[in-house]
Design a protein around this ligand. Structure first.
Ligand SMILES: NC(=O)C1=CN([C@@H]2O[C@H](COP(=O)(O)OP(=O)(O)OC[C@H]3O[C@@H](n4cnc5c(N)ncnc54)[C@H](O)[C@@H]3O)[C@@H](O)[C@H]2O)C=CC1
Ligand SMILES: CC(=O)C(=O)O
Ligand SMILES: [Mg+2]
Length: 541
């Protein structure tokens, strides 16, 4: 038997591939090396080439080429080497890719819709060659990419990266994913003066023009792709909140930074609280940073307290916000609307800005960083946290890794090994006191794949708060005994497909309860059958 490699056009992925045909007694194809390689050998070779690249950005561009040439090989590699690949296609390296996108750009990977396309957005959407109908679209306007600020059209890799995780972590079919960057200009001067910059060379417009563009975009998305679920990603804080409220009942849509982050942190805190000898209603949570992610988290954390029977007012009083001007309280100058709900009602002291002072005053049991300020959790802050509580919960959640409020090592050293730690971007494990400690990754990547999968499978007409909450509880309930014994607050990333399926089931049940599901067949399934159904729907390379 010989193996013949023939080029063919894959209608599913729209790329040219080599198809392997086994033909009994057929002559070997001329010009090909004689050995025949298994998929494993081909992956080993790809991995060898990947590892021979020294810089993360070279690894990123190499993987982008692999994905372009052979989508199945790319995802096979993702699934088999998840802990190694995710930090390249996602945070932290995706942050570098966005910063350098105008320089590393090679192939179109997603659709750019610019302000100049106003009036014909429907046609532009129809132009994008999708082999299958779009089911999930990550949409960014590039105005706040990770903690890196306004990167304009260079934000495309974040939409591409999140969608790669939808495929790798939740088995969404690659050909039904749709990355979109809305190019509404940028206020980033270095992009505007970069001759290679890919986007519009103009500043962002005023809200009236922005809103009119967004209205047309959402209307046309619903028209051209009636089954699509939209994930808004990395919009600046004002637009993140306003567009979530404006559009969440027009399409199935959620904001990952507000809702996905809220859910992942709620899950992490529920797991962490099991390790701390403090009653739930005595936890005090201090959020450093008060933007879209932080306020989204604070809102979601209300249920950390209310599920124990605490009133809304009492729950709110356990949560403190700090922004660039210090502790947020009613009566302080310049408190933006989105922070008002959590502004302290009864604070009468002088404005308090220094984080160590604030930690001394609030005595938090949990300190969460969503500020983009690297190193803000100083040794003094961490030591002060250890005075408040026997097991301080320290989650520096800003991305990418160079913006983390502290490192895993710092948290362990300055808390004498007592810290319970999770960060937005990954850190390696550490040995302290002869014991190996593993950090958690508190990143919305644990939530959005399963949330999206559940919403798509039940054909939800909207994404309700109860579906987001169900995703959080689903994640919190998915730690194995082995992971709990190691004091992990999130499951190992290698199990993420299993976790996403479990979350999807919870999300479908919440959609059914809220009456927003459209797939009535799923109602008749019990949870075991539904879980098998969800797993059966997941695409595998
Ligand atoms: N781990 C995760 O899953 C996620 C992490 N994030 C990260 O959270 C960070 C913030 O994101 P957004 O809230 O959308 O941004 P944002 O720009 O809206 O918020 C930043 C906040 O930090 C505050 N801040 C800035 N300088 C400060 C200082 N010196 N002291 C105290 N506060 C200060 C600002 O006042 C603002 O409230 C980013 O780094 C982002 O990557 C966002 C979403 C998910
Ligand atoms: C993880 C994420 O969504 C962010 O940092 O914006
Ligand atoms: Mg984001």
């Amino acid at each position: 038997m010989s193996i013949v490699l023939t080029p063919y056009w894959s209608p599913d992925e729209g790329i040219q591939k080599l198809k392997i045909e086994a033909r009994a007694k057929a002559p070997a194809a001329p010009g090909l090396a004689p050995p025949v390689f298994s998929m494993k050998a081909q992956l080993d070779r790809t991995l060898l080439q990947l590892r021979s690249r020294t810089s993360p950005i070279e690894k990123y561009t190499f993987l982008a080429q692999v994905k372009q040439a052979d989508v199945e090989a790319f995802y096979k590699l993702c699934l088999e080497y998840m802990p190694e690949i995710i930090p390249i296609i996602y945070t932290p390296t995706v942050g570098d890719a966005c910063l350098q996108y105008s320089k590393i750009y090679r192939n179109r990977e997603g659709l750019f819709i610019s302000l100049k396309d106003k009036g014909r957005i429907g046609n532009i959407l129809r132009n994008w060659p999708l082999a299958n109908e779009a089911r999930i679209s990550v949409v960014t306007d590039g105005s706040r990419i990770l903690g890196l600020g306004d990167l304009g059209a260079n934000g495309m890799p974040i939409a591409v990266g999140k969608l790669s995780l939808y495929v790798a972590c939740a088995g969404i079919r690659p050909s039904s994913t749709f990355p979109i960057t809305l190019d509404l200009g940028t206020d980033n001067s270095s992009n505007l003066s970069d001759p290679l910059y890919l986007g519009l060379r103009q500043r962002r417009p005023l809200d009236a023009e922005y809103d009119a563009f967004m209205d047309e975009f959402i209307t046309e998305m619903g028209r051209v792709h009636p089954k699509v679920l939209v994930q808004f990603e990395d919009f600046s804080t004002d637009h993140a909140f306003s567009y979530l409220e404006r559009f969440r009942n027009r399409l199935p849509l959620f904001n990952d930074d507000i809702q996905g982050t809220g859910a992942v942190v709620l899950a992490g805190l529920l797991s962490a609280a099991r390790l701390v000898p403090v009653p739930r209603n005595e936890h005090r949570i201090l959020l450093f940073g008060a933007g879209s992610a932080s306020v989204g988290v604070a809102k979601q954390l209300m249920s950390f307290f209310t599920i124990t029977g605490m009133s809304e007012e009492a729950a709110r009083s356990q949560i403190w916000l700090v922004d660039s001007k210090g502790l947020v309280y009613v009566g302080r100058e310049e408190v933006a609307d989105h922070k008002m709900y959590f502004a302290r009602r009864h604070y009468t002291g002088i404005p308090m800005k220094d984080l160590t002072e604030i930690v001394k005053y609030v005595k938090p049991t949990a300190l969460l960083g969503l500020s983009t300020i690297a190193g803000a959790f100083t040794p003094e802050v961490i030591r002060q946290m250890s005075q408040n509580t026997p097991r301080p919960i320290i989650f520096p959640l800003s991305n990418p890794v160079q913006l983390s409020e502290c490192t895993f090592t710092e948290a362990l050293i300055h808390s004498n090994g007592t810290a319970i730690f999770a960060s937005g971007s990954p850190f390696g494990s550490e040995v302290i006191g002869g014991v190996r400690r593993e950090p958690g990754q508190g990143n919305n990547m644990y939530i959005f794949p399963g949330l999206g999968l559940g919403a798509i499978l039940c054909r939800a007409k909207s994404v309700t708060d109860s579906m987001v909450q169900a995703a959080a509880f689903g994640l919190a309930g998915s730690l194995s005994w082995d992971e709990r014994a190691l004091e992990l607050v999130y499951p190992r990333v290698e199990r993420i497909r299993e976790i996403s399926a479990h979350i999807a089931v919870k999300v479908i049940r919440a959609a059914q309860q809220a009456g927003v599901d459209n797939s009535t067949d799923l109602k008749r399934m019990n949870d075991t059958v539904l879980l098998e159904f969800v797993k059966g729907k997941m695409w595998n390379p």
